[in-house]
Design a protein around this ligand. Sequence first.
Ligand code: ZN
Ligand code: ZN
Length: 221
Amino acid sequence: MDGSIKKILSKYPFLEYNKDNKSFFGYIYLDEDDKYNLLIDISNFPNNFPKVIELDERIPRKADRHINKDNSLCFTTPINEEILLKTKISNLELFFQHILIPFLANNSFFEINDKYKFGEYSHIPIISLYETYRDILNIDSFVLIANVLKNVASGKKFRPNELCYCGSGKKIKKCNNHEQGYREIKKLSSERLFLDSKKILELRKELLNYHKKEKAPNRVE
Ligand SMILES: [Zn+2]
Ligand SMILES: [Zn+2]
């Protein structure tokens, strides 16, 4: 048996593994009386996160509770998933530890407090696309984000002593963790970066039109 599967089974003793459909099934306990009945399909791992279905419908099957249309759990945005799989989540145990368990814990928190502990991304794909890049790059401006994506997609490299992409006039190595943001972005494919840069400008245009119509004072940069 694959080593990481064995480790999962010993760490989560109420799970079993079915090798014919490459899935774990059974309970994960966060606490004595806080348990989740799960089906965890790992057949596409590590290309994608495992597909996880919560079988007891303890989590209402709704988008605003981060359940996808196919009933699987919505862990994060596709961009973050791709970056995480190329960085922090290099094996199955790390997926359980840093993605699955925190998702479940966050749901348990929501049940008691009616809000998520760690914040959340919008479930509307185009909005969460913008939010994801905003958080990775740590800049708000649609235009700036789109430019960074386009430049990195065309092969632009930011060396530590170069001026930062945010326009602060500082060297990137000394600017608000912006070097880290650049390092994450450059792990994404050029195709994705090009496409997303266009999507972000389209979203900006839509928001500008919307604000014009509504005469809303919000500024969209
Ligand atoms: Zn979601
Ligand atoms: Zn900066």
